[in-house]
Design a protein around this ligand. Structure first.
Ligand SMILES: C[S@@+](CC[C@H](N)C(=O)[O-])C[C@H]1O[C@@H](n2cnc3c(N)ncnc32)[C@H](O)[C@@H]1O
Length: 235
């Protein structure tokens, strides 16, 4: 599958079936497999409509997708020049670049948004960031999920967050303007485990109110992990 994808990426002009193949691509090897469950386009559209229902302005609003995978959310956002994205995996990144034009996508860890450019070895003070469109009006996506341990997690150990998806929630909220929205689909752990993530919930609660949530049926092609859509509004 990856070979076919690389052939498509090398083409200067893509056919409709090439775009379809890029949309359907999900890596199926290596550690990547743990994180790469991509959100179906119809669900990206539903989540984007929820953002609009809760007040996001599609004409002017600045948007962040902090772990864009192959770019499914990016394809439903109408204003590429207002969108910033990160994606760690080089192949996912190449696919997302090919599918959407004009969006600033960084092939790097989302964590680097909070570290000094260009070497990313020093944490910026007071949750500062070098992202020029910050603070954003909307953060939308489906962040990586699971135990929080990666190349940059040690910079954030004072947060004492156990799960990477909750780290993404907290740090994304910090990049929103007052009244801005975070719309994520993520594992149901956050909503289910009453006390287990009390510390994480309290910290997230300092930054935002949970304004809506939906428990989802199976929506991902390659995983049965229970998921929820969560909508937060920045305080
Ligand atoms: C669950 S997938 C979702 C992708 C996309 N948001 C979607 O819904 O289709 C999460 C993505 O996060 C990427 N990723 C993992 N850790 C990351 C990090 N620290 N910073 C940026 N991207 C990361 C993975 O490579 C993967 O593509």
């Amino acid at each position: 599958m990856s070979i076919l994808i690389k052939e498509i990426l090398a083409k200067p002009i893509l056919t409709e079936s090439d775009y379809k193949a890029l949309e359907e691509f999900e890596p199926n090897e290596g550690t990547n497999r743990l994180y790469s469950f991509f959100t179906p386009i119809w669900l990206c559209e539903v989540m984007y409509k929820l953002a609009i229902r809760y007040g996001f302005d599609p004409l002017k609003g600045k948007v962040l997708e902090p772990a864009c995978g192959t770019g499914n959310f990016l394809t439903v956002l109408p204003n590429p020049k207002n969108v910033t994205a990160f994606e760690l995996d080089p192949l996912n990144y190449e696919v997302s670049k090919k599918r959407v034009l004009g969006i600033t996508i960084y092939n790097n860890y989302f964590e680097t948004a909070f570290l000094q450019e260009p070497r990313f070895t020093t944490l910026l003070k007071n949750n500062n960031t070098w992202l020029k469109d910050a603070p954003f009006d909307l953060v939308i996506g489906n962040p990586p999920y699971g135990k929080y341990a990666n190349l940059y997690s040690s910079y954030f150990k004072s947060l004492k967050f156990k799960q990477v998806e909750m780290f993404f929630m907290l740090q994304s909220l910090k990049l929103l303007k007052k009244g801005g929205l975070l719309v994520f689909i993520t594992g149901s752990n956050f909503m289910r485990n009453d006390k287990t993530y009390q510390h994480e919930k309290e910290m997230i609660g300092e930054y935002a109110d949970l304004v809506d949530a939906y428990r989802m049926p199976k929506v991902f092609k390659n995983t049965d992990v229970p998921t929820d859509i969560l909508i937060f509004k920045r305080k």
